[in-house]
Design a protein around this ligand. Sequence first.
Ligand SMILES: Cc1cc2nc3c(=O)[nH]c(=O)nc-3n(C[C@H](O)[C@H](O)[C@H](O)COP(=O)(O)OP(=O)(O)OC[C@H]3O[C@@H](n4cnc5c(N)ncnc54)[C@H](O)[C@@H]3O)c2cc1C
Length: 460
Amino acid sequence: MKNDIVNDLISVFGSSNVLTKDITDELTHDESLTAKHFKPIAVVFPTEESQLIQLVKLAKKESVALVPRGSGSGMSGACNAVENSVVVSFAKMNKILEIDCDNHIAVIEPGVTLMQINDELAKYSLIYPVQPGESSATIGGNAATNAGGMKAIRYGVTRNHILGLHAILENGEKLITGGKFLKSSTGYDLTQLFIGSEGTLGFISQLTIKLSPKYSDTVTMLAPFDSLNELTAAIPKIINTGTLPSILEYLDFLAIDATTKSAGIDLGIPEEVKQIAQAYLLIVLEGNSSNRLEEDMANIGTILESSGAIDIYSLPPQSGMALVDAREKAFWVAKAMNANDIIDVVVPRSTIATYLNKVSEIALQSGSLIAGCGHVGDGNVHLSVFQNDQEKLHEVMFQILKVGTDLGGAVSGEHGIGTEKLGYYSKLENSVKLRIQRQIKQILDPSNIFNPDHLIPPKI
Ligand SMILES: Cc1cc2nc3c(=O)[nH]c(=O)nc-3n(C[C@H](O)[C@H](O)[C@H](O)COP(=O)(O)OP(=O)(O)OC[C@H]3O[C@@H](n4cnc5c(N)ncnc54)[C@H](O)[C@@H]3O)c2cc1C
C-alpha cells in the first residue's frame, strides 16, 4: 500500500516534488520544545491548487493523513507529522499573484513568507503590518495559527488582515471566501473559520491580504520600572494619549539581560538602574512627521515619569532596531539556555501584574525558574519555564495556564494549540466550544484526513 501511494503521489506531483527516503527531520516538526512527531510516508511540494484536489482524493482512498506545513516555525507542534501521514509543504506555492495599490490589497499563495512579501511591498512603500517574530514564517502558516506579534497593539493580528481565501476541502471542492473588500454582511464568515484552524479543516491555497502604508520615521523608548504593577498601570494611560504605539512590550530583568547579551547590544543602562529594575517597557512609535513623533514621545514621557519609571531612554535608531530584533529572538535565547517549555497565555491586559505575581508563586513553590517578556499592550505574556523534572513541569504548565484562564484569559494568545497544548486546552476550555469545534471538524472533514490529533481534543 505504501508503495502504491508513493507512486500515486509521484504521478500527481512529479518525482522532484515528492520526498520519501531523504526526508530530513526538520521537515517533520516545528519549533515546539516538547511536541512529538513521527516519520511521514512522504513530504510533497505542491505547486498548484489542482494538485491539492487530487491529493485529498488520494488521501481519502488510502486513509492517509495530510499534514500541511508552512515554514515549520510554529511553537505548538501544529505541523508535526503524525503516524501514516503525508506532509504537504507549501514552500513551492509561493507566488505573489497581485499587488493592488489602489485597494491596498495583495493576493498571494500560502507559501509566501513574511520576509518575501515585505521585500516586494517595499517597492510600493507599503507593508504587510502583522509582525510575528519569525520572518521566515509563511502567510499560510500565519493564517492557520492566527499569528500575532509585537505590532498587534496598533495593527491587529493576522485575523484582521485576511480578507478572503481559497480552501481545498476534504471532498475535493474549492471554497472561495471574501475578496478585495473591507466589509461584508453576507452570512457566516467562513474566512475567519479557517483563521486559526491549524490545518484541521482543509488546505488554504490562496489568500487576499490587507496592506498598510510604510511610515518613514520610527522612534524607540525604553523605561525601566522597579515594579511590574507600575509598568502595567502605565499602559492604559499611554493608550489614552491617542499616540498609537506600534510596539508596547515588557521584558523582565532576566529576559532583557539574556537577550541583549546574546545579541551583543549595550544599551548604556547604568549599573545602579539595572540593580533595581524589575521590568522594562519598550515602546516604538511610527509616523511620517518627526515633529509629531517628538510630541508623542514627550506626552508618553510625562506619563512614564508620573507612573514611576526609574528613568526614560530614547534609543538611537540603530540600538532601537537592535533591541526590537533581540526581543524577537528571545525564543532562541531561551532554547539555547535549555528552557523546558514555553507558554503564551493571553490575559486581560489589566491583570498582567496579578498573573505574573501568581506565576512567581508557582515558580517558588515548585522550584522552577520562570522568566519572560511579552506583548504588554495586548495581554499576551511569553514565559520560558525551566524545570527538568517532567512530571513537575507538566503540573507547573497546567497551573500557569489555569491561572491565566481563571483570570479570564486563554491558553494561547498566538502560538496555537497544536499537539503540545492539547491536553491542557481540553481541560481548561469551555466544553460547549470544544463540542461545537468537534462538530465543525466533522462537517468539513468527515474522514479526519486533515491534521488529525491536532487542535481538536478527542471526545472524553
Ligand atoms: C523566533 C520565533 C519567534 C516567533 N514569534 C512569534 C510571534 O511574535 N507571534 C506569533 O504569533 N508567532 C510567533 N512565532 C511562531 C510562528 O512563527 C508562527 O506560529 C507562524 O504563524 C508559523 O508559520 P509557519 O509558516 O512556520 O507555519 P508552520 O509552523 O509550518 O505551521 C503552522 C500551522 O499552520 C498549518 N498550515 C501551514 N500552512 C497551511 C496551509 N497552506 N493550509 C492549511 N494549514 C496550513 C500547519 O498545519 C500548522 O497547523 C515565532 C516563532 C519563532 C521561531
